[in-house]
Design a protein around this ligand. Structure first.
Ligand SMILES: Nc1ncnc2c1ncn2[C@@H]1O[C@H](COP(=O)(O)OP(=O)(O)OP(=O)(O)O)[C@@H](O)[C@H]1O
Ligand SMILES: [Mg+2]
Length: 283
């Protein structure tokens, strides 16, 4: 049964945000995915016996289905009973899109590693793909902790926070496998126009649109399919955006810009995030 539902988000501080109207199935899969990612704050073992513990996804505290009078956009009656999902989660600060120009290059590198390690752990434990990792879906919050520890494939990584914690949010497009069950959203209809535009030489597409189009053609309608390249494409997109826009010499030290460029190169040449981490580990 497909019923229109509203996804509504309640953050820790009690702020309520109206989000996209979604089909029940999509909201449910998003909730399952977000809950499992939240569980990665505690140590998790994958089927090969490797340990994972990462802190780059918001902690979920509570979720519930609510039936409440809400304002309606259509029809003569302007309020009505409507069901929506309420998700109470950790407040993760402001979006990278709105703040990245204020960050130092060291903070940017810290954010990139926090996102990379979290994504790599989720990829290895759940064959997770985010599929929509633009700068609006990465949140950044100030912290007094100088370091944050991650465990990926039983290896410990200590990341200097430089005063910032990074979080990946919004699993509306995401995909995950738990045992034999696949959780995903069918994106064919949503991305069809972009995919058509890609064939029109008069239409100019952004780098972000090109990733959606790439996903559309890789999936060929089968969105349950495991396509680990999508995580790499989004990581590459994020770093490229930083390399293009941030004044990389702001801290007066080119080494950090070179580090980011080297990581970008590495990501472009690897097939999974696991192999990116392996190549970093070897150095
Ligand atoms: N854990 C969080 N902490 C703080 N703000 C959050 C959190 N989760 C979501 N938000 C805010 O709510 C906005 C929308 O959430 P989300 O990205 O999950 O939904 P969406 O369906 O993509 O909506 P939109 O189309 O507005 O991006 C985010 O852009 C962010 O500003
Ligand atoms: Mg979003």
């Amino acid at each position: 049964m497909k019923t229109r539902k509203n996804k509504r988000l309640v953050t820790e501080c009690g702020e309520v945000k109206d989000l996209l109207a979604e089909h029940y199935h999509n909201v449910f899969q998003e909730l399952v995915i977000s809950t499992n990612l939240s569980n990665l704050h505690a140590t998790l073992c994958n089927y090969q016996g490797f340990e994972y513990r990462v802190h780059g996804f918001p902690k979920l505290f509570k979720s519930s289905l609510v039936n409440e009078m809400v304002p309606l956009d259509k029809g003569p009656i302007n309020v009505g009973l409507q069901e929506f999902t309420s998700i109470c989660m950790e407040h993760c600060g402001e979006s990278l899109r709105s703040c990245y120009k204020k960050l130092t290059i060291k903070q940017i590198i810290s954010v990139v590693y926090q996102v990379l390690l979290s994504l790599a752990a989720a990829e290895a434990t759940f064959e997770y793909e985010h599929r929509d990792l633009h700068l609006g879906n990465i949140m950044v919050r100030s912290t007094k902790n100088p370091t944050v520890h991650f465990v990926v494939a039983s290896r410990e990584y200590k990341v200097d926070t430089e005063g910032k914690r990074a979080f990946i949010i919004d699993n509306t497009f995401a995909r995950m496998r738990i045992g034999s069950h696949h959780y995903y959203t069918n994106l064919t209809d949503r991305l069809a126009t972009l995919a058509r535009d890609a064939k029109n030489p008069n239409k100019v597409q952004s780098d972000q649109d090109k990733i959606y189009v790439g996903m559309y053609y890789s999936a060929c309608g089968n969105w349950a399919k495991w396509m680990p390249r999508t995580n790499l494409e989004w990581m590459s997109f994020i770093i490229h955006r930083f390399l293009k826009n941030v004044q990389l010499n702001k801290d007066g030290d080119d080494r950090f810009a070179a580090e980011l460029e080297a990581l970008h190169h590495q990501i472009k040449s690897c097939k999974t995030l696991k192999s990116v981490l392996n190549s970093i580990d070897k150095k």
